[in-house]
Ligand binder design. Structure first.
Ligand SMILES: Cc1cc2nc3c(=O)[nH]c(=O)nc-3n(C[C@H](O)[C@H](O)[C@H](O)COP(=O)(O)O)c2cc1C
Length: 196
């Protein structure tokens, strides 16, 4: 078992061609510089789940999986001490595929922190605020600092590698603040969970 917090980076967009790959590449670049976390990526595109159809709510039947795919995802969520969700915004909400995945699990998320990077016209802010309500019901702590990639920055990032580097460089201080808070919460809650 790693002694540093194990953070799961969750990519919410399941589209074949997607903007999500730019922030994911940047987060991976930045996270490779850190020794105070262990990171793992969960790309929801690689883990399709059918719409929720279990006989009882996950909150009432912890880890009672209905399929191998669900069990695999449950195992991945279980080993995480915290989460960083990379989310797009659709009609002022977050992607439906992400909601479906969240609804399939409960105990795997309890007493763990979750942070967000959003992108969109207003930096995915509305999607992130909706997610805060949902993760509270999963008994998670949503950390305060967020990273937002706004519409104009998305254009720079798509334009060329140089503009992309500059756009992400401007976001580095914000990501550092997010990581600092995520570290505090993930270490504190990991210790608290271990203590029972
Ligand atoms: C049906 C639909 C609704 C959208 N609604 C929003 C929105 O409310 N806010 C926003 O910022 N972008 C919105 N967009 C733009 C998406 O955020 C944009 O396509 C983004 O690139 C999607 O992320 P992805 O490329 O990683 O899949 C919408 C796009 C579609 C197709």
């Amino acid at each position: 078992m790693p002694t540093v917090p194990h953070i799961l980076i969750v990519v919410a967009s399941t589209r074949t061609v997607r903007f999500a790959d730019y922030p994911l590449a940047w987060i991976l670049e930045r996270s490779a510089l850190r020794t105070d976390f262990m990171f793992e990526v969960l790309d929801l595109r690689d883990h399709p789940l059918p719409f929720y159809d279990l006989p009882t709510a996950p909150a009432l039947s912890p880890r009672q999986y209905g399929s191998d795919e669900e069990r695999e995802l449950g195992t991945i969520f279980d080993r995480a001490d915290g989460f960083l969700i990379i989310t797009s915004e659709h009609n002022h909400g977050y992607p439906a595929g992400l909601k479906n995945v969240l609804d399939h699990f409960f105990a795997e998320f309890n007493h763990k922190p979750v942070s967000f990077l959003g992108y969109g016209n207003v930096g995915g802010s509305r999607a992130i605020e909706q997610l805060r309500q949902v993760v509270a019901e999963l008994d998670m702590v949503s950390v305060r600092p967020t990273v937002h990639v706004f519409g104009m920055q998305m254009m720079e990032i798509r334009a060329n590698p140089e503009a992309r580097r500059e756009a992400f460089a401007r976001l580095e201080p914000r990501l550092d603040i997010l990581f600092a808070d995520l570290h505090w919460w993930s270490a504190a809650l990991k210790a608290a969970r271990s203590a029972g």
